[in-house]
Design a protein around this ligand. Structure first.
Ligand code: ADP
Length: 175
């Protein structure tokens, strides 16, 4: 069985991520869609919440398994028996970062390859950060995320606004 993992922070998932996991599910026999439990960036959603969004998005994809993991991605991939790490490539600036990461991963686990899927044109400039900024400014995010994510995202930002009473501080969460 050819297993691939699709790792990321997914804070929260958006339609660009969902498109990649769907395409990966057509290429590999099994895809493990994996959220880093504690990435080195400030998170808006807990591990549990991020996994719930992913479960909902993958519920009609029988060969996609949703999990979280801790530590080095390649070690998780090796333990899962994966042959490939899937990453999405957006326009321009993703390449350098992904290339660097792929070479580092290859150094740690030569048997696991990185497979980059080019983002669909409609999602080429979509990121979780942009999504949060648009949501924070009350913009229309309906084309960026499924309704269940949009709903929770707006609620979370509103709750943060109430807690802090200071929109300037909230903007720093999106960096
Ligand atoms: P990370 O913290 O690893 O960058 P992200 O959650 O931001 O995690 O992204 C996870 C994966 O999804 C990465 O491979 C990233 O390139 C990809 N990705 C992010 N945005 C998009 C998009 N708009 N279209 C396709 N893939 C994307």
């Amino acid at each position: 069985m050819t297993i691939a993992i699709y790792p990321g922070s997914f804070d929260p998932i958006h339609n660009g991520h969902i498109e990649i996991v769907r395409r990966a599910s057509l290429l590999f026999e099994q895809v493990i869609w994996a959220a880093y439990d504690r990435p080195l960036k400030s998170l808006l959603f807990s591990e549990q919440e991020r996994l719930e969004f992913m479960h909902e998005a993958a519920k009609d994809l029988p060969n996609v398994q949703v999990r979280s993991y801790h530590g080095l991605t390649v070690l998780f991939a090796r333990q899962a028996g994966a042959k490939a790490i899937v990453r999405g490539l957006r326009a321009t600036h993703d390449f350098e970062i992904e290339y660097q990461m792929a070479l580092t991963n290859a150094q740690q686990a030569a048997e696991i390859d990185t497979v980059c899927l080019m983002t669909g044109a409609q999602y080429a400039f979509l990121s979780s950060s942009i999504l949060k900024e648009v949501a924070l400014a009350n913009g229309d995010i309906s084309s960026m995320v499924p309704p269940y994510v949009a709903h929770k995202l707006k609620a979370r930002l509103a709750q943060l606004g109430e807690d802090r009473g200071d929109k300037v501080k909230m903007v720093s969460l999106t960096e």
